[in-house]
Design a protein around this ligand. Structure first.
Ligand code: ADP
Length: 261
């Protein structure tokens, strides 16, 4: 204040500042409201789609069961494909519903040992891990974090399963879970030596159905990372990727040291 030129009207500046803050606050409220409307819309559409999908699935299974012996095998195979695709759709809708429901409150958070989180994630991935060779290193200095346990297991499950799914076909997947201590944030990373992500795609992968063509045979529905992003953001952190196409990727995420959100 002391260094301001004498012709500056300090009172006017303060008033302008207050008015700008108010304007910003009302824009934030409007944005929150719009976001809530989009979530509600997504929830309703997803929910409404579940009933017809499960009825179509039921009919296709009934047809297969009733006509197992008198139906042309080609038609039976088509029916099987229809049922498989409907299963996939159903799974996508469940993930969309999960996405809209992700919330984190202080009351739901607890102190959790990260090593336990990772072991829970590895248990979830049992089937995938048994089918693949891989090498996994876990940092010895993992902290205890304040979080909603089930959701953070989901983040590790997603990042670890992607590290295996998007590995190179001719190279053993090498995965590293690391931790970089910082005064304000916990900073974690999951690093792999897989197919990598082109610079232009680094944002797309965090969007809804943001699948790339970087490994065609890998199964998925393009919702894992957007769900992880929402979980991390609801805890007050951030997630991003650093990657070189053909050389591997490192997914980083931060979490505030003390509170959930
Ligand atoms: P999904 O794996 O079900 O397709 P995700 O949301 O988890 O969905 O990932 C979105 C896309 O990001 C994937 O389809 C893939 O193309 C890319 N991706 C995710 N993780 C990796 C990784 N570790 N290495 C290379 N590409 C990745």
């Amino acid at each position: 204040m002391e260094n301001l030129p004498s012709n500056v009207d300090v009172q006017a500046l303060i008033q302008e500042n207050i008015a700008l803050k108010r304007k910003l606050k009302s824009k934030e409220l409007l944005l929150d409201q719009k976001n809530a409307e989009i979530q509600q819309y997504l929830y309703t559409v997803s929910h409404e789609l579940k009933t017809p999908i499960s009825s179509m699935r039921g009919y296709s299974i009934l047809l297969q069961d009733f006509h197992l012996n008198d139906m042309n095998p080609e038609i039976l195979a088509y029916l099987q494909k229809i049922a498989n695709n409907l299963d996939q759709m159903d799974q996508m809708i469940d993930n969309l519903l999960d996405y809209t429901r992700i919330e984190v409150t202080q009351e739901e958070c607890e102190e959790v040992d990260c090593e336990e989180l990772i072991h829970d994630a590895l248990d979830e991935l049992n089937y995938l891990l048994q089918q693949n060779q891989y090498e996994l290193t876990i940092a010895p200095n993992l902290p205890t974090i304040f979080c909603k346990r089930s959701l953070m297991v989901r983040v590790f499950t997603n990042l670890l399963s992607n590290a295996i799914k998007y590995s190179k076909n001719n190279e053993l997947p090498r995965i590293e879970v690391g931790y970089i201590p910082d005064e304000i944030f916990h900073k974690f990373y999951v690093k792999d030596n897989g197919v990598g992500i082109a610079p232009a795609d680094k944002e797309k992968i965090f969007q809804i159905f943001g699948r790339l063509n970087n490994k065609k045979e890998a199964k998925g529905n393009g919702l894992g990372l957007i769900i992880s992003k929402r979980i991390i953001e609801k805890h007050g952190g951030e997630i991003w990727v650093e990657s070189v196409r053909g050389k591997g990727s490192t997914f980083f995420f931060t979490l505030p040291r003390r509170s959930c959100n």
